[in-house]
Write a new protein. Structure first.
Length: 80
């Protein structure tokens, strides 16, 4: 018996997150907010992001420290 497209999509499970790999997050947008600093926005592809970790931006090699992590305007202790 066949099912509708919506039923088929509802039956799909999301793929497991690869949290054991190095952090990889393509940067989609960069904001410069007065009093806060530079804020980068993107979707985490692999790894885990936590406040306090050091990151390296490729290909520039610029290093930075993660001050806070937010998802949907809410601070979180980690994101993956």
């Amino acid at each position: 018996q066949s099912c509708t497209l919506l039923e088929a999509l509802d039956a799909l499970s999301p793929p497991p997150r690869e949290t054991d790999k190095p952090l990889r997050i393509p940067i989609v947008e960069v904001y410069k907010i007065g009093g806060i600093g530079t804020v980068a926005s993107g979707r985490i592809e692999t790894g885990v992001m936590r406040p306090g970790i050091s990151v390296v931006f490729a290909p520039s090699g610029i290093r930075a420290k993660v001050v806070s992590v937010e998802m949907h305007h809410r601070k979180v202790q980690e994101a993956f």
